[in-house]
Design a protein around this ligand. Structure first.
Ligand code: GDP
Length: 494
């Protein structure tokens, strides 16, 4: 194609080093095999051969046990009638399942789905995603020959309203001794404990001391025998999975580069549908393709006042400090000799408001840059406020996450899952801006810092000491898990 003529053939590995399965119908999902053509910022992260073979094996499991198969019908029937296996007795269902609930913003939902997928892969469960909140409308199917969307008719009709109080949550069942782990029962083994047909895994920010035992080995051994799990999280729980010793060997061979876990999971799972890919590629080709360098600036202001001169100052201070954007000359015009006919730099701003974009654009129009470079500033949309349940709003958010991920460098807002997803897809370690303590506090100094890795931060990690069955600080327990820069108590892979 014409596009390919401009891009070196070697750089265009449409299967991303074997990460993606071949043989999907290309017309039904252009983004799947075209993304590689648009990404020039190759992070040099190759999927391990073990990850590639586990993905193919997992795809086979999804096909063998997924919706429409006899195994799936049987498992749904067992759930409806409340049957399950017990420890020591063979499970009565051939396949085991993980249903992931989708809620909150798009960034949260993408982190949750990627986390659930890795947990499903580690525990040989079929992943089924709750199709509400647009998850079915934004992305193509990731697994060949089957669907990852939970079909209608699921017996747990109210599962999307499961909460910390749900009696069947793993934490509540543990607390009420409906389920016991050997260690919790005071050394009395319970080999014939009758397990429920399903357990609800509550990993929302309000999760309790008992819910957090999900991240412990004894508890994982018990959960292994529960045929259906329904999981609620809006966070990137993967660093927590690295705390489970039983998962560590497998995680090490799946991801020899621990700072690229989400990078691979996201590039494997999330392929925007043709409508959204159209939004991405039309915008990219019109405004970004010819730039000398693309700098993505993701502005997320938490709080009522979106337009903050301090945040603007923070953005420009960060971009100058990191040599991402040139300074402007405050008075007069540059000497004729500094004028250079270079291709412009492109700044892609994403934000709910257009205010930052207008200010930056004005700054680079009204004043010359000290280096003589031209700077073009672009923003695809300004939705003003976060909306829920609106397809076109989510489609724009999704397109902007992808456009950000095509940048050559990223400045992101701390605490934002929107930025986390963009940096992971891009394979870029961003300059992360700290969240000011409140609206009246000074611009943070330094305004930003190169993050410790491209991984998302697990904002609400567990601090349980599994063996002692009491709360303890789990930081520094394992190599490759560190505290986040933007959220000091958060955990992330490095
Ligand atoms: P977080 O709240 O920053 O962690 O990110 P989420 O993606 O989970 O939720 C924020 C939601 O607000 C997004 O999903 C969008 O719906 C909306 N939003 C926030 N920032 C932007 C933006 O820059 N562009 C667009 N189009 N939407 C945004």
């Amino acid at each position: 194609s014409i596009l390919l003529l401009h891009r070196p053939a070697a750089a265009h590995d449409k299967l991303l080093g074997g990460l993606l399965a071949d043989g999907f119908d290309e017309g039904s999902c252009h983004s799947r095999y075209q993304s590689a053509m648009y990404r020039r910022n190759n992070a040099g992260k190759e999927p391990s051969p073990h990850l590639v073979s586990r993905l193919r094996r997992h795809e086979e499991l999804q096909r063998r046990c997924g919706p429409g198969t006899a195994a799936y019908s049987n498992a749904v029937e067992s759930l409806r009638s409340g049957k399950s296996g017990g420890i020591g007795s063979p499970p009565q269902t051939e396949c085991r399942y993980l249903v992931s609930i989708s809620y909150r913003g798009l960034g949260n939902r993408m982190l949750a789905a990627a986390s659930a997928f890795l947990y499903a892969m580690l525990t040989d469960r079929v992943l089924l995603v709750d199709p509400s909140n647009e998850m079915g409308e934004l992305f193509c199917e990731p697994f060949p020959g089957t669907t990852w969307l939970l079909p209608p008719g699921f017996p747990l009709t109210n599962f999307t309203s499961f909460s910390v109080d749900t009696a069947e949550s793993y934490g509540n069942m543990l607390k009420n001794k409906v389920i016991t782990t050997d260690a919790a029962a005071g050394d009395v083994p319970t080999p014939h404990q009758q397990l429920p047909a399903f357990a609800y895994i509550h990993l929302d920010h309000d999760y309790t001391f008992h819910d957090k035992f999900f991240f412990c080995d004894d508890d994982q051994s018990v959960l292994r025998n529960v045929p259906w799990l329904v999981m609620r999280t809006d966070s990137y729980i993967v660093p927590g999975l690295f705390l489970v010793t039983g998962f560590q060997a497998e995680l090490d061979s799946l991801f020899p580069e621990t700072d690229a876990v989400f990078h691979h999971l996201a590039r494997y799972l999330f392929h925007p549908n043709n409508h959204i890919w159209g939004l991405v590629t039309r915008y990219y080709d019109a405004y970004l393709a010819t730039a000398r360098q693309r700098v993505g600036v993701q502005v997320r202001v938490f709080g009522a006042r979106q337009e903050s001169p301090k945040v603007l100052e923070q953005i420009t201070a960060c971009a100058h400090m990191e040599n991402l954007l040139p300074d402007v000359i405050t008075t007069g015009e540059p000497a004729a000799t500094t004028r250079r006919r270079l291709k412009p730099k492109a700044v892609l701003v994403t934000s709910l408001t257009s205010w930052y974009y207008e200010k930056l654009k004005g700054m680079y129009w009204e004043r010359a840059t000290a280096t003589g470079e031209a700077v073009g500033v672009h923003q695809p949309s300004h939705e003003e406020y976060q909306r829920f349940g609106s397809g076109s709003h989510d489609a724009k958010a999704c397109a902007e996450i992808y456009l950000l991920s095509l940048s050559d460098a990223l400045v992101t807002s701390g605490w934002s899952t929107f930025g986390y997803v963009a940096q992971g897809l891009a394979g870029l370690t961003p300059r992360v801006m700290y969240k000011p303590a409140n609206e009246s506090s000074a611009v943070p100094d330094p305004p930003c810092r190169r993050d410790v890795s491209m991984e998302p931060c697990f904002l609400t990690p567990p601090y349980n000491n599994c063996r002692m069955k009491r709360s303890a600080h789990s930081g520094k327990v394992v190599a490759h898990v560190k505290n986040c820069h933007d959220v000091p108590w958060g955990l992330k892979l490095v």
